[in-house]
Design a protein around this ligand. Structure first.
Ligand SMILES: *[C@@H]1O[C@H](CO)[C@@H](O)[C@H](O)[C@H]1NC(C)=O
Ligand SMILES: *[C@@H]1O[C@H](CO)[C@@H](O)[C@H](O)[C@H]1NC(C)=O
Ligand SMILES: *[C@@H]1O[C@H](CO)[C@@H](O)[C@H](O)[C@H]1NC(C)=O
Length: 429
């Protein structure tokens, strides 16, 4: 998912960032005056790089921010039954799949919830008190919604072709050929239950403050990539007759995430791909393709109880955020923000104990030359998600932030990914 880095590290702290035709030299905090070169953005212009959203209910406040490198990410927010939902969709090979999934996933969820309810026998009392579905039923409904939506995406071009509707097939094809990770957080305020459904390698981290003021960082997800031994074993066991090289160098059939929406070339049969390629230009099928589907949109779902007596927040981010920051740093940064702006009552402390078993930043994704050694936190954004992204890109070191945001798309992709982040604050009751 990341193009080869073209960065070179200069001596004595002078870092030269060279992309084809663009040279930045930020050791002297100045960029060539050559008008063909982009200049560093100023503070006002940087604000415009963030696409922000914000909302509030009696039980939560949430902040969303995106900074585009290629503009392939998408987000969503809405309600399904008693659940308030926030989604992050990290697209690849284009923006079509992530945008489609973000627009339709909640409707698919509502349908799944409805048919789950219909298939159960609900007593009058259950309905009056809206006891709703059991935990297990909810998980099944989520899983069903994800798989149905992906199946519809993958089969749409094939069905259209069968009906000789080439125009519809052409419209459906980019959605199926593009791919997207998906992470959906769902909060049920009565049960104070938080569910995370994950497809791909986005991350959810929970920050919770104890009575001594110490923040505890917990991972609520495990990255689903070919590097995850459980995922590699799952894929191999689902394809016992395939060569074990279908998972190689941390990738499944060449894809970094081991679960995704779209990416139809890993899901269509050879015959499907041949019949499509008679009408459309699509790449020859992968040489290892034998028993598709390989990638799946079946989510891994976790359920976490939110303790209303403790200050608690959730940070959801795509890998573009976590390639810069560790889980611990993410919790430290929100702690720093809450120390400045008491959005929820909490002790003014930024001490963090890291309890996430997988706390590493995904810095193997990140160009070596731009690895910030120390976090230089700054609090200057109103939006908590923008606050995290700004600090990921350099924090108080304004020139670093400005430099990374000045590189135009699509060149920016060589130095940073699309970064999307949602922060949910749970209001104590
Ligand atoms: C970058 O700036 C430093 C400090 O002004 C200078 O010494 C160095 O030669 C510059 N490097 C390039 C490649 O321009
Ligand atoms: C993804 O969608 C874009 C936009 O329609 C398209 O140009 C691109 O070819 C698609 N990607 C793939 C791998 O087909
Ligand atoms: C946290 O990460 C570890 C290691 O990746 C994993 O074993 C554990 O299940 C994760 N926790 C949750 C709640 O997913």
């Amino acid at each position: 998912m990341l193009a080869a880095s073209r960065l070179r590290l200069g001596l004595a702290g002078s870092c030269i960032l060279a992309t084809s035709g663009l040279i930045f030299n930020y050791s002297n905090r100045r960029v060539s005056s050559d008008s063909r070169l982009p200049r560093l953005l100023d503070r006002e212009e940087i604000k415009n790089c963030f696409k922000e959203a914000h909302g509030e209910s009696s039980s939560t406040r949430y902040d969303v921010a995106e900074v585009a490198a290629l503009g392939e990410d998408a987000t969503c927010h809405g309600h399904v039954g008693r659940y308030e939902c926030w989604g992050i969709f990290d697209g690849h090979s284009g923006w079509c799949c992530s945008n489609f999934v973000s627009k339709h996933i909640l409707d698919y969820m509502r349908d799944s919830f409805k048919s789950k309810r219909r298939s159960k026998w609900f007593s009058l009392l259950d309905n009056v008190f809206d006891r709703g579905l059991s935990d297990g039923d909810v998980d099944e409904a989520i899983s069903d919604a994800f798989c149905r939506l992906d199946n519809d995406i993958i089969t749409a071009p094939l069905n259209a072709l069968k009906e000789n509707d080439a125009q519809l097939a052409a419209a459906a094809l980019p959605i199926a050929l593009n791919g997207s990770c998906a992470m959906l957080a769902m909060y049920e305020p009565l049960r104070k239950s938080l569910k995370i459904a994950l497809v791909g390698d986005s991350r959810s981290v929970l920050g919770e403050q104890d009575a001594h003021g110490v923040w505890h960082a917990r991972n609520l997800t495990v990255d689903q990539t070919g590097d995850n031994p459980d995922e590699a074993a799952r894929v191999r066991s689902e394809h016992p007759d395939d060569p074990s090289t279908i998972v190689a160098r941390g990738r499944v059939l060449g894809y970094q995430p081991s679960r995704t929406f779209g990416d139809a070339v890993t899901k269509w049969t050879k015959e499907d791909q041949s019949s499509l390629s008679e009408v459309f230009w699509i790449n020859r099928h992968h040489p290892l393709l034998k028993t598709p589907p390989y990638l799946t949109a079946k989510p891994v779902i976790t359920t976490t109880a939110i303790d209303p007596s403790k200050p608690t927040f959730l940070v959801m981010g795509c890998d573009g955020l976590f390639e810069w920051l560790t889980n611990k740093q993410v919790v430290e940064l929100v702690g720093e923000y809450l120390r400045h702006n008491q959005l929820i009552p909490c002790l003014p402390s930024t001490v963090v104990q890291d309890e996430s078993t997988d706390n590493s930043a995904k810095d193997f994704l990140r160009p070596q030359a731009l690895k910030w050694s120390d976090l230089q936190p700054t609090v200057e954004d109103d939006n908590l998600a923008s606050h995290l992204i700004r600090n990921a890109l350099g924090g108080a070191e304004f020139t670093k932030v400005s430099l990374l945001l000045s590189i135009p798309s699509p060149l920016a992709r060589r130095h940073r990914d699309d970064i999307t982040c949602t922060v949910v604050l749970f209001k104590p009751t």
